[in-house]
Design a protein around this ligand. Structure first.
Ligand code: NAD
Ligand code: ZN
Length: 341
């Protein structure tokens, strides 16, 4: 079968023939239909310090996908051939304290699809049946391929009660923008999303009704005044990984406000902890999804009318992967989808 493989110690990926996976009793074989490119895949493509020290080549990459079940192992129940599915790409172990307590998202032995084991940018993928999530007919193939980053947004955004609250989101990447849409959908009062890239702010306006803000061109205090905010934002969602954005967020929060941290700084940052203490802020770090609880909530939000499809700006055939990765590297795209079958 064809797969996109990291097999060179340098920039890029290779489209090449690899062996079609076989399955064991508790696994399923999925015929891949749509995949989406994540920032993680871009790090692997660009072969930066993180990627080159993490990925053992050769490795098929990719973890955002949907497809159709082609074959099921003999012990698999509740799944059948032909079902449209996606899957949780963090494959938890079963021995740690957290795994035994059912807190799979906190298991330190977790293995990541497309990073530590053969990924989804391929014609077929083998997955443990317990990680597979069935998709309702109402979720299109393309939206089905972005449920993993959507799940990051769901996990972070629903960390705190947003009803009637004023929300600041720093970073209008795909996850920040989907978070803005979720915050509005669940009843936040004001939602402001910031980015230093105007293209990203324009994309945000195609997905949600949040106010947008470019900190390199506008003054945040004035923007807040124009929105009728007197004391500051109640909830902050940091989704850029930028030190400057985090500083700005801490300054703009109300006393006692709550901040979810999802953005990953590329290196160690300087952070004014005393400001957080004197403002009595609550900080919550977000990693991945709260696994199946997040998948459930995410599908329920879509079922209740949340529309995220406009975050997908480009769709390519998998053979056009070079164009797709270069486009994403340019910062001019939202989610980029590769179709397989
Ligand atoms: P992205 O890189 O597409 O988006 C980040 C955005 O932040 C960019 O548009 C960038 O222009 C913007 N930005 C940079 N400096 C800024 C500033 N000072 N103020 C406002 N915006 C600024 O990323 P994404 O795919 O949307 O993911 C968001 C972040 O979450 C990334 O840092 C990513 O690494 C991280 N992430 C974390 C998890 C997790 O489990 N915690 C999972 C997936 C992604
Ligand atoms: Zn991802």
């Amino acid at each position: 079968m064809k797969a996109l493989v990291k097999d060179i110690d340098g920039i890029g990926l290779t489209l090449r023939e690899v062996e079609k996976p076989t399955i064991q009793a508790n696994e399923v074989l999925i015929k891949i239909k749509s995949t989406a490119i994540c920032g993680t895949d871009l790090h692997i493509w660009n072969w930066d310090a993180w990627a080159s020290s993490t990925i053992k080549i050769p490795m098929t990459v990719g973890h955002e996908f949907m497809g159709e079940i082609e074959e099921i192992g003999e012990n698999v129940e509740n799944l059948s051939v032909g079902m449209r599915v996606s899957a949780e790409g963090h494959i938890a172990g079963s021995n740690s304290r957290n795994a035994k307590a059912g807190k799979l998202h906190l298991d330190p032995d977790t293995v990541n699809l497309g990073v530590d084991r053969e990924g989804a940018f391929a014609e077929y993928l083998m997955m443990p049946a317990s990680n597979v999530v069935a998709l309702p007919e109402s979720v299109s193939n393309e939206v089905g391929s972005i449920l993993d980053p959507f799940g990051n947004a769901v996990h972070a955004t629903l960390s705190f009660d947003l009803v009637g609250e004023d929300v600041l989101i720093t970073g209008a990447g795909p996850i920040g923008i989907m978070s803005a849409a979720i915050a509005e959908h669940v009843g936040a009062r004001n939602v402001l999303i910031s980015d230093i890239n105007d293209e990203r702010l324009k994309l945000a306006q195609k997905v949600c009704n949040a106010e947008t803000f470019n900190p390199t061109k506008e003054n945040l205090k004035e923007k807040m005044k124009s929105m009728g905010l007197k004391e500051g934002f109640d909830i902050g969602l940091e989704m850029s990984g930028s030190e400057a954005a985090l500083d700005q967020m801490v300054d703009a929060m109300i006393m006692g406000g709550k901040v979810a941290l999802l953005g990953i700084p590329p290196e160690k940052i300087n952070f004014d902890l005393s400001k957080v203490i004197f403002k009595a802020l609550t900080l919550k770090a977000i990693y991945g999804r709260e696994v199946f609880e997040t998948w459930y909530k995410g599908l329920a939000l879509l079922d209740s009318g949340l529309d995220i499809k406009n975050i997908i700006t480009h769709t390519f055939h998998y053979t056009e992967f070079e164009e797709a990765f270069n486009l994403l590297n340019s910062g001019k795209a939202g989610k980029v989808v590769l179709n397989w079958h």
